[in-house]
Design a binder for this molecule. Structure first.
Ligand SMILES: [Cu+2]
Length: 277
């Protein structure tokens, strides 16, 4: 029965396509659960804080593509999570029962080793009608290469898979209240030696509350030069060539809010001291 066989092959192919990747189905912030979005449902949930995705859950593979910002979005999320500065954020991926984005028990050769990065950008007005072109992103956490060897090393993605497909971090303390976009990204390098680094970005809307006075520093556009010029995208995890190098994930350095506050205090103290003597 050639027709049935074709249907079976198509179904298997589609299933493996789904299994090879994941999607963010919830984000937990200080214990409060906010729904994510499912790129396989025709109508994304309106209560999602994650920007709705369309066209499946495969990677973005062109570092200059506008989809690098927030993935294959259909627009902004219409709901925001109201959270405190410094809140604990847990981004949960649904890997359809597999330890996405990696894990030798799950995806075999499709094991998605690579950095996991989290960013914030301040919205110009409401995040719910924010175009992505003018956003500037500040990196607030990265879990990059954690151990250099043996091949292929231990990566943030491996840590995340072992933690139940959850990326955990804290928002910076003392941020100026307002509307922010949280950008979360997995960079999978398992096929990067074939000029195929795979980016899995998503965005979510936050309203950060409190009386903080710490502004975000100037961020970077994504896509943009900090990604496009990175020498660490088309690397080979499997020939040992990376083990003797310091792997630097793309994007800007991680912003340290506590250090920024100490620096601001030190420079105001220095100004006061100069005035006094
Ligand atoms: Cu994949």
């Amino acid at each position: 029965m050639p027709f049935l066989k074709l249907v079976f092959v198509a179904a298997t192919f589609q299933l493996s396509g789904v299994l090879a990747h994941g999607f963010v189905d919830k984000i937990t912030i200080d214990g409060q659960v906010f729904p994510g979005t499912n790129p396989f449902t025709p109508t994304p949930p309106t209560e999602s804080i994650v920007w709705p995705q369309t066209g499946g859950n495969g990677p973005i593979t062109d570092v200059n593509n506008a989809q690098m910002t927030c993935g294959r979005i259909t627009g902004s999320a219409q709901t925001s999570a109201t959270v405190a500065s410094g809140a604990k954020v847990e981004i949960s991926w649904n890997g359809a029962g597999f330890p996405w984005p990696a894990g030798d028990t799950g995806l075999g050769p499709l094991n998605h080793h690579g950095p996991v990065m989290n960013y914030l950008a301040k919205c110009d007005g409401n995040c719910s009608d924010q175009p992505t072109e003018n956003l500037n992103f500040v990196k607030i956490q990265e879990r990059s290469r954690l151990v250099a060897g043996p091949i292929p090393g231990v990566w943030g993605s491996d840590e995340m898979a072992l933690a139940g497909s959850v990326s955990t971090f804290n928002l910076p303390q003392g941020l100026v209240a307002g509307e922010y976009i949280l950008r979360h990204e997995i960079l999978a390098l398992h096929d990067a030696q074939n000029n195929d680094p795979q980016f899995y970005p998503i965005c979510a809307n936050l309203v950060i509350t409190g009386d903080g006075s710490q502004p975000l520093p100037a961020g970077v556009p994504i896509p943009g030069p900090t990604y496009a010029t990175s020498p660490f995208l088309k690397v080979n995890l499997f020939d040992g060539s990376l083990e003797s190098q310091n792997y630097v994930a793309p994007g800007p350095p991680v912003f340290n809010a506590a250090q920024a506050r100490r620096d601001a205090f030190a420079s105001s103290f220095a100004r006061r001291s100069r005035r006094e003597y």
